[in-house]
Every structure is written in structure tokens, then in C-alpha cells.
Design a protein around this ligand. Structure first.
Ligand SMILES: *Cc1c(COP(=O)(O)O)cnc(C)c1O
Length: 396
């Protein structure tokens, strides 16, 4: 679906979120095609890596095929493997947990903050306090005997996680912090870009993210050795410039120049996209304020959210119906909406990883609904969404 056909009219389907292609995408792609620099090396890859790293306040950027591949690589670079545990918020997309499992480490799911919906530092603190230290100082999960090695805060929906207390805890327990910043590109935490705080951070440029390369990801870090290792692992661990010598099992996780060309064009527009999304969020906030049963999305005082996804909470009792019935009602009016992810500890794929209950994540899962918030959303379309939300209210 092109943004022209999907975004212009006040009638017709209102998608949840579609990419915005309106800058130099065609020019840069044509340049790749004209010069036949289409594959996994090229000037756009370098340019894109530099642009994203700089934007995240980092020294190094290593582009990858997907955000999931970036997370997998970052975990490998951190030396995470069998017998290790990684602390992951329960309210996230499955990719965060899957990346941990690719390394044979065990994800431990912790609950999120009820206001920001991000990893709750209090709960993190409580969990770490419950751990033991072995003779070598390793942090041991008393329930499983596993070594807790890393924390993966996830900046969901464009809102940053509360990084300061997370970094303090990581420091005192010697844990590595890998930010899952797949949804956080362009957001600020206490004035600093998301992705600038952890030991490494990973972005995604999938079609549904705030900027897209069709599919893609990137690891950013300030550590030169880690950056080199990430590049090595993502290029089949080739250890000789001309001979096919490989010193370990590597991966083909490289982004193509074609994709990076799109990324360069998208990065040029990022500030506009963020501003537009913040305007959309502000307008939703005003139009939905004070309506019983609908809680507009919040922004912590220390956060500058991109509102990448605009998500409301539907209190079934006050609103008159639950989020899933509302989703169907909106669909019948050609308005797309989506629930949040099933919490990680309840997903069948993670059944082996029983942990503490995560009541906040479970409530958010039940109550939240993301509503249309494409960069190209028109005021007319937004009015249609709000009107539908008001119409359905009170009907059981
Ligand atoms: C999209 C996403 C990913 C994975 O990115 P892909 O590029 O789709 O592999 C990881 N974590 C979160 C939170 C995401 O939203």
C-alpha cells in the first residue's frame, strides 16, 4: 500500500501505521541501480551507519539485516551463552526474547512500570536483590542457578525506558546493558538520544518502525573492540581479506546498499517524522482527555517520546466495552487498531521460562489498543478515529 492511496482521503481504510516515503528514497535507490552497488557493501551502508551512530551519540554503527539480527549479534558480542540469563521486560515484542534464546541463554521476564509501560527499575532492583553471588562474584538466580549477565531494557512504543536507575543497577551488579531500541529511534531520555546509554543498543528499520529500510537493523556502541567483533560476526566471521578463512561460526547479517540507501533518505526526515508524531499524539491527547474509560498515552517528565505508536488504555467497565470488541468495531469502520503484545511469560514459545507473575504487563495486554498514527495521518482521519471511539463508548 502506498502512502498516497492510504493516507489522503477522509473515507477509506485508515491503516494503523504505514511508512512515509517522500524524500530522497528514489534518488538514492536510482544511484545504487545506476552504479550497480546493490549488495552488502557500498557507500550508502557506510553513510547510513555513520548517520545512525551519530544520531544515537555513538562512535560505531554496524548495520544488520534486521533488528532481531542486531540483538542476536549484540548478545553474542557480549559473550552471552548457555547457562547465562538476560533480564527482559515481559511487555515487549517476541524478538527481544527470541534473540536471547538464539544464544541458548535464558530470558527472565520482569514486569513494567504502570505509567511508562517500560521495564520497572524497582522490580529490577527487587529481582537482583533476590540473587546470590558465587565465589567469583557472578550474580546467580536462586530459582534456576543461572548466571545473570545482562539487562535488555526495551524502549517500547517510542517512549524511553528509565535508564539511569537501570544503569546504576547494572554497574553495581556488573551486568551488560543492551538496549532494544527497535521502537525508540529519535526519542530522548533526559535530553540524550535513546541508544546512547547502554553498553550497546540495537535499532530496527522494519517497515512498521519510525524509519524504514524495508527491513534492517543496527548495533551501536562506543566500544571499538565490540564494534569490530560485531562486524566480524555479521560477515561470516571471515578472517582474511582475500582467502576464505573463517575463524568461527559467523552469520550473513549484513544490510544491503539498496536498503541503506532508503535508510539514508529516511534519516534525513527523522526529525520531521518525530515532530509529526508528537503533534498527532498531542491532538489525540486533547481530543480524548477526560473521556471516561479512555486513558490517553502518557509521557514521563524525563522523556521526549516519539509516540512511534499511539496506544490508549480502554477501561472496560467505564468505557462500556473491552479493547478487543472495540478493535472489531473500529475494523467495521475501516479503522485499523491492534492490541499490545501478549506478555512474554504467557507466550507459548516461552513456556519453559516460568517466572514471577507480571500483573502490569497482563493488564496492559488486556486493555491497550494502538490506533492509527502514521506520519501521513490527516486531521480528517484522526477525527474519524476519535468520533468512532466516542460513538462506541457506553454501548455494551
Ligand atoms: C521490531 C522489533 C524488533 C525486531 O526488529 P526486526 O527488524 O523486525 O527484526 C525487536 N524488538 C522490538 C521491541 C521491536 O519492536
Amino acid at each position: 500500500m502506498s502512502s498516497e492511496t492510504s493516507n489522503q482521503n477522509s473515507s477509506g481504510i485508515i491503516p494503523l501505521h504505514v511508512p512515509e516515503i517522500g524524500g530522497n528514497e528514489w534518488n538514492y535507490l536510482k544511484d545504487c541501480l545506476d552504479t550497480a552497488w546493490v549488495s552488502s557493501v557500498g557507500a550508502y551502508v557506510d553513510r547510513f551507519e555513520t548517520a545512525v551512530a551519530r544520531r544515537a551519540g555513538r562512535e560505531y554503527g554496524i548495520a544488520t539485516t534486521t533488528g532481531t539480527a542486531a540483538l542476536h549479534t549484540a548478545l553474542m558480542v557480549a559473550g552471552i551463552g548457555e547457562g547465562d540469563e538476560v533480564l527482559v521486560p515481559a511487555m515487549t515484542f517476541i524478538a527481544s526474547a527470541n534473540a536471547v534464546r538464539y544464544t541458548r541463554a535464558r530470558p527472565v521476564f520482569l514486569d513494567v512500570d504502570p505509567v511508562t509501560w517500560q521495564l520497572d527499575p524497582e522490580i529490577l532492583n527487587g529481582f537482583l536483590k533476590s540473587c546470590a553471588r558465587d565465589g567469583s562474584g557472578a550474580v546467580i538466580n536462586k530459582d534456576t542457578g543461572g548466571r545473570v549477565r545482562a539487562i535488555m531494557p526495551v524502549h517500547i512504543l517510542g517512549h524511553p525506558a528509565d535508564m539511569d536507575p537501570i544503569m546504576e543497577l547494572a554497574d553495581s551488579y556488573d551486568l551488560i546493558v543492551i538496549e532494544d531500541a527497535a521502537e525508540g529511534m529519535g526519542a530522548l531520555y533526559r535530553g540524550n538520544p535513546v541508544g546512547s546509554t547502554g553498553h550497546m543498543a540495537c535499532f530496527s528499520f522494519n517497515g512498521n518502525k519510525i524509519i524504514t529500510t524495508g527491513g534492517g537493523g543496527m548495533i551501536v556502541t562506543d566500544d571499538q573492540q565490540w564494534a569490530e567483533r560485531a562486524r566480524h560476526l555479521t560477515t561470516q566471521a571471515k578472517s582474511h581479506p582475500t582467502e576464505y578463512e573463517h575463524d568461527e561460526v559467523g552469520y550473513n547479517y549484513r544490510l544491503t546498499n539498496l536498503q541503506a540507501a532508503l535508510g539514508c533518505a529516511q534519516m534525513e526526515r527523522l526529525d520531521d517524522y518525530v515532530q509529526r508524531k508528537r503533534d498527532i499524539a498531542c491532538r489525540y491527547g486533547e481530543l480524548l482527555k477526560g473521556i471516561p474509560g479512555i486513558e490517553p498515552m502518557e509521557e514521563a517528565p524525563w522523556a521526549t517520546s516519539t509516540f512511534w505508536m499511539y496506544t490508549v488504555r480502554i477501561g472496560a467497565d467505564e468505557y462500556g466495552t473491552d479493547s478487543r470488541t472495540l478493535m472489531k468495531y473500529l475494523a467495521a469502520r475501516e479503522i485499523m487498531s491492534r492490541p499490545l503484545w501478549k506478555p512474554m511469560h504467557l507466550v507459548k514459545a516461552n513456556m519453559l521460562f516460568l517466572g514471577e507473575p507480571c500483573p502490569v504487563s497482563e493488564t496492559l495486554y488486556r486493555e491497550c489498543l494502538s490506533i492509527p498514527c502514521s506520519v501521513g495521518l490527516t486531521d480528517d482521519q484522526q477525527n474519524r478515529v476519535v468520533d468512532a471511539l466516542l460513538e462506541r463508548r457506553g454501548k455494551r
